[in-house]
Design a protein around this ligand. Sequence first.
Ligand code: SF4
Length: 166
Amino acid sequence: MNPKVRIAGVVKESIVDGPGIRFVVFAQGCPHHCQGCHNPATHDFNGGKLVAIETIIDEMQKNPLLDGITLSGGEPFEQPEAFCELARRSQALGYHVMAYTGYSYETLLAKKDQRQLLAHTDLLVDGKFEMAKKSLMLKFRGSQNQRIIDVKRSRHHNQIILSEII
Ligand code: SF4
């Protein structure tokens, strides 16, 4: 299986999209339309380009300094199967996986394909961007309603456990 992801683009090296040095993939397509969205060009589900997962993995492996990959958007959970495969292959190579979503963790847990992607996600930043709760003081998120969830521990304990990197 070599699925493709529809993406707006990538940033090959970032220190602001999660812990450590990260490769960032921006999913193309987002249904949330948050007021004040930082990236409205990613909303169109027909925009961007289709890229083979192998191509992204190959690009990541060119950089020995990378700690992880961040799935940003757009809404990566609108393409759960393809992003699950990207996350799975990334983890198998030892990369830490972080994902952003406009959905709540609880909503994603209730859906089979999205749950599969969560199973290969280490940290999840959930919830829409809310302009009224915007803060520039927050680490790795834009508004105070968004949570940074330790997905592995949350799944293990069957309750939401926030990450200690907050
Ligand atoms: S979820 Fe993210 S990309 Fe989508 S509208 Fe909200 S801020 Fe923009």
